[in-house]
Design a protein around this ligand. Structure first.
Ligand SMILES: *Cc1c(COP(=O)(O)O)cnc(C)c1O
Length: 397
């Protein structure tokens, strides 16, 4: 059994803050501070360029990829770290389109995160081969699958509502029709159990700064199924994805397996923070995290519904269909979130009217949920959010 009292002590959590925003940015793992300072002082400071060999900087993206692979049911050498999730989605999609030969349709749902759609639009116009991005409502995905579709690109857990697709079932239905699948795990990795091998996924990508707690700007990861990886031609053919980067050949030749999905120089400072964050996951059973997340989410929903009837549940009521967040509709959600942050309860707002709260058992317990729900009810019921100052929008919501 995971000891959640212990895991909570492994994070720096500011006093008097109830943090319900771990789906946007995970909190600071206590050891990340010393790990990053060590990296700066002893490695960058003392080793200088020698760090690439002597401190293993060069192999960090693959080493940490293997640690993530264990968490996500993937074999060694199938996941690599680097770049941002937007870039990793672009790479996955370019490769998937290539594998799908003469089919032209990329299917996604309207609940997908905009950057995934924007990257698809950019790629389509760059390759200029009449591909089309088709969007349907999430409930219509299964019925929309057919043999004209090249790639099905979905985000597993909806960033607004927390609604979770059945990854294994949809992947199977798609593959039966010869469709290549890409799963965005932004709100899944570290949030819900994921088994990429069991689900037979073709491509997946995700970020590490949300539920995995690697810090702002932490690198993304990409997974390519071993059955495909040696057949794909990287669209972003950077030198560190080359078979022999230090041969300095004039022609690109893809590196072995997942190494070919590297692009340029990896963010070593961020990887040091990620390494500290991943240490926390070593002793953790994801099934325990899931069970606790459901228990806390159910408690949160029932407290809010009982004490704060103005908030209308936007997440699926059935726990099995939800990721690790709970969202509510409230017309003045933005102002309410601003007022809540001032009272020490941090959640966030997504247009048009979603108040979003992440339920992260590693550092949230029953007390936090009870207190958090009480403050939310107080703030919403009191109407304090009506004050002008809560209605001015910040650049980041
Ligand atoms: C957070 C998130 C992203 C973010 O992409 P970045 O390139 O890391 O900024 C992408 N997709 C989904 C589904 C997300 O939730």
């Amino acid at each position: 059994m995971t000891n959640f009292t212990k895991t909570k002590s492994l994070f720096h959590l500011p006093k008097d803050i109830i943090y319900l925003d771990g789906n946007s940015l995970g909190p600071l793992p206590v050891t990340a501070e010393s790990r990053v300072s060590h990296m700066i002082r002893e490695e960058w400071g003392e080793l200088l360029i020698k760090g690439w060999n002597e401190a293993d900087w060069f192999i960090k993206p693959a080493q940490l990829g293997d640690r993530l692979a264990k968490m996500l049911g993937a074999p060694p050498a199938s996941i690599i770290l680097g770049d941002t999730l937007s870039i990793k989605i672009y790479q996955a999609l370019a490769s998937a389109i290539d594998l799908a030969a003469d089919r032209k349709i990329i299917l996604s749902d309207t609940g997908n995160f905009p950057t995934d759609l924007y990257m698809a639009q950019g790629l389509i116009s760059t390759i200029n081969q009449n591909h089309e991005l088709t969007l349907v409502e999430h409930e219509e995905i299964e019925a929309s699958l057919n043999e004209n579709i090249a790639v099905l690109m979905l985000t597993h857990v909806d960033y607004r509502t927390g609604r979770m697709h059945d990854m294994q079932k949809i992947t199977r239905l798609a593959q039966d029709l010869g469709i290549i699948t890409i799963w965005d795990l932004a709100h899944s990795a570290g949030a819900v159990p994921v088994d990429l091998t069991a689900a037979n996924v073709d491509f997946a990508a995700g970020c590490t700064y949300k539920y995995l707690n690697s810090g702002p700007g932490g690198p993304a990861f990409i997974y390519v199924a071993p059955r495909h990886v040696n057949n794909i031609k990287p669209a972003l053919s950077g030198w560190l994805g080359h078979d022999a980067p230090f041969a300095f050949d004039l022609d690109y030749r893809p590196g072995p397996a997942i190494e070919r999905m590297r692009v340029g120089t990896p963010p070593i400072l961020q990887l040091a923070a990620l390494e500290a964050a991943l240490d926390i996951w070593d002793d953790i059973d994801m099934a325990n995290v899931r069970a606790k997340s459901i228990e806390l989410s159910e408690m949160f929903i029932s407290l809010i519904e009982k004490n704060c009837p103005q908030l209308i549940l936007a997440s699926p009521r059935e726990a099995a269909k939800r990721g690790s967040q709970v969202s509510f509709h409230f017309r003045d959600g933005y102002a309410a979130i601003r007022a809540l942050i001032e009272r020490g309860v941090i959640g966030d707002f997504r247009k048009p009217d979603i108040m979003r709260f992440a339920i992260t058992p590693l550092y949230l317990n029953e007390d936090d949920i009870i207190k958090g729900a009480q403050i939310i009810a107080d703030v919403v019921n009191s109407g304090i959010w009506k004050q002008d100052k809560y209605h001015q929008t910040n650049p980041v919501t």
